[in-house]
Design a protein around this ligand. Structure first.
Ligand SMILES: Cc1cc2nc3c(=O)[nH]c(=O)nc-3n(C[C@H](O)[C@H](O)[C@H](O)COP(=O)(O)O)c2cc1C
Ligand code: SF4
Length: 622
């Protein structure tokens, strides 16, 4: 009986998903044979609507070929000329009206003649050019395709997508952030909209004996044994986004918002600007370009200890984060073209006086270190230069062996980072190649689990705090990340939404309509930091409160007590598992010193051994 019900649910669910999909494909100008879609979804029951031939569902559909609507496909240069002749004739005839009845009747012929002139000039320029085949083959009408193509995302967003559609953040995720940023009530009536029987559904494990959320600790102290200026951080903070990727108004809003809510604001790798120095706590993100702590020597960005010390010892800088990699483009650098460098950007990056003739590069690799042991030495150097502020590094996990080599290096040198930030491959960016965004790096859940358990297995988890970023946007996603091993969470895009980002996805084009990711004064001039800082603070508070309520409902007072046992997930059908029981062979839950004492599963133990060998082989580097 249960099986039948669940299969029906599945069918209904897939049908809903499927029917939502149709307008999108139509609009795209391509009607795919949807019976082929079912091959992507092997669990579909044979009677699913997805397997019904398309003609049966929609009657006789017109086939739209090559991304061009049918009526355009029938168009050709001869038809274009015939219509042109017709329009020309209509224009001439039209002038008969004012000629006969007076100037009161001039509007219609003027309109027809203007349109005819426009039609002919566009169409003939299409015919006479040789670059675009579409324009030569379908003069004038082909522009409809370009027009629709250009407004497709907006139509999709406003009219087609459902609350749970759209990526990277669905409308319902964004709506929750917008409401919380405006301090509006976001309670809902009548129960969940989610299909709780769908694969991947997750839920938190509450207790029969909950506690008051006022008793939940929402701050975590960062700083290991060698740290002289420990920092008490909120469990939720603003992730790295540089000045350059963001506008000065956005940076100011974030910093003032962080100041209002007593949480930190990560500078991003574009250096320290005056817009960062509004009084909010800062984590200084030091990337491979060493902005505000380096200079260009023979075309290479090189670390400069004096510049670093000067900025690291600023009151606002509470922690320093060496950026090794970021999830959206792991091990990929970036370039700020010379012509985009402004006085303010140069000041923030420490590039000296203009004119700037060379591009400002962030290479994929660091000049200051190139091996695990080298990184430990660099951590130690920064700790000394900053007079003992917490020093950590950020990475998106790639090779488990390399990460284990780094943990070997920590043990070998006795130099531990005060924190490690794990970024997931689902993370955001201002601009990155699609291959890197889509297909490189470990997702946050797996990366975090690997780092957390490696540190436990190596017996050093207590020395290091773990920070994680990857689509954290509400109380549940925050607690889920804690359950996976984090002590603290960062969010980048959620804070962009709190400032009004509408997910127009033009962050890389300098045309952001909300002024967040553009340096164009016409657009960013509309972003008022006085208003947005309040939204940033509101959003932070509502998210932390929601997380505290969930932790309290679990019967816990300390975020550290949240484990993988507090989170369950439907793997498929009736199979559900706690987080701790998932992926046990490759990403197992380890106990204190399991790796050191050889108790980990064989493949993980092998990584650990090879990590030790790699650390030795790579040595100190250059
Ligand atoms: C516009 C933008 C700029 C970013 N710039 C940086 C950066 O300078 N340094 C860095 O380490 N990460 C950078 N990131 C990555 C974020 O800090 C974060 O790790 C990632 O987006 C995942 O968090 P999210 O899912 O909350 O956005 C940037 C992200 C965005 C969206
Ligand atoms: S509104 Fe669009 S362009 Fe602006 S920050 Fe948001 S996604 Fe980027």
């Amino acid at each position: 009986m249960r099986r039948i019900r669940s299969s029906r649910l599945n069918t209904l669910y897939n049908y809903k998903k499927h029917t939502r999909f149709i307008p999108q494909t139509l609009f795209n100008g391509k009607l795919r044979d949807l019976s082929s879609v079912s091959s992507d979804q092997p669990n579909l029951p044979p009677s699913s609507p997805q397997s019904i031939p398309i003609e049966q569902k929609f009657g006789t559909t017109t086939r739209l070929a090559g991304g061009i609507p049918d009526f355009v496909e029938k168009w050709n240069p001869t038809l274009f000329k015939q219509v042109g002749l017709g329009l020309g004739g209509a224009s001439l005839l039209g002038w008969y009206l004012p000629y006969t009845y007076g100037l009161d009747h001039i509007f219609a012929p003027t309109a027809i003649t203007s349109f005819t002139a426009f039609y002919l000039s566009v169409g003939y320029s299409d015919l006479n050019q040789t670059t675009h085949t579409l324009r030569r083959n379908f003069p004038f009408l082909c522009h409809l395709r370009y027009l629709f193509e250009s407004i497709r995302p907006e139509i999709q967003q406003y009219f087609i997508e459902s609350d749970s559609d759209s990526t990277p953040f669905s409308r319902s995720m964004r709506t929750q952030i917008y409401k919380r940023s405006k301090a509006q009530s976001d309670t809902r009536a009548l129960g969940t909209m989610r299909n709780v029987y769908e694969e991947g559904y997750e839920w938190g494990v509450h207790s029969m004996f909950p506690v008051s959320h006022h008793d939940v600790r929402v701050r975590v102290t960062v700083g290991g044994k060698d740290c002289k200026q420990k920092y008490s951080a909120s469990i939720f903070n603003i992730s790295a986004m540089s000045y350059g990727a963001l506008s000065s108004q956005a940076i100011t809003s974030l910093n003032l918002g962080a100041k209002g809510g007593f949480f930190y604001h990560n500078t991003g790798e574009g250096g320290l600007s005056k817009f960062h120095l509004q009084g909010g706590d800062l984590v200084w993100n030091v990337g491979t370009g060493y902005f505000a702590c380096g200079s260009t020597v023979n075309g290479k960005r090189v670390f400069n200890p004096d510049m670093f010390a000067e900025n690291a010892n600023r009151e606002e800088v509470k922690m320093i984060e060496i950026k090794i990699s970021q999830g959206a483009k792991p091990a990929h650098g970036g370039i700020l073209p010379a012509d985009k460098i402004t006085d303010d950007i140069s000041e923030a990056r420490g590039l000296g006086e203009g004119p700037w003739t060379e591009d400002c590069a962030s290479p994929p690799y660091h000049d200051a270190f190139s091996t695990p042991l080298g990184l430990c030495r660099f951590i130690s150097t920064l700790r000394t230069l900053s007079n003992g502020k917490p020093i950590g590094f950020k990475l998106c996990v790639g090779s488990p062996t390399e990460f284990m080599a780094l943990v070997h290096a920590m043990k070998e040198t006795g130099v531990y980072p005060d924190f490690i930030t794990v970024d997931g491959s689902e993370g955001g960016t201002g601009a990155a190649p699609p291959e890197f965004q889509d297909s490189m790096g470990m997702p946050m859940a797996e990366g975090l689990r690997l780092v957390h358990n490696t540190l436990i297995g190596a017996g050093v988890r207590d020395n290091v705090k773990l920070i994680a970023a990857g689509k954290v946007y509400n109380g549940f996603s925050l607690v889920r990340t804690l359950a996976n091993g984090a002590d603290i969470c960062n969010a980048a895009r959620a804070f962009m939404f709190s400032m009004g980002c509408i997910q127009a996805l033009k962050c890389n084009q300098n045309t952001c309509p909300t002024g967040i990711t553009t340096q164009d004064p016409r657009l960013n001039g509309g972003l008022d930091p006085g208003n947005k800082k309040v939204r940033v603070t509101n959003f932070h508070k509502a998210t932390v409160d929601a997380a505290a309520e969930i932790i309290a409902a679990m019967g816990l007072k300390n975020p550290e007590e949240v484990t993988g046992e507090h989170l369950w997930k439907r793997e498929n059908g009736i199979h559900v598992k706690s987080y701790d029981d998932m992926h046990t062979s490759y990403l197992p839950i380890l106990q204190h010193n399991d790796l050191v004492e050889g108790r980990a599963p064989m493949n993980v133990q092998k990584w650990w051994k090879e990590g030790g060998e790699l650390m030795k082989k790579m040595g100190e580097g250059e």
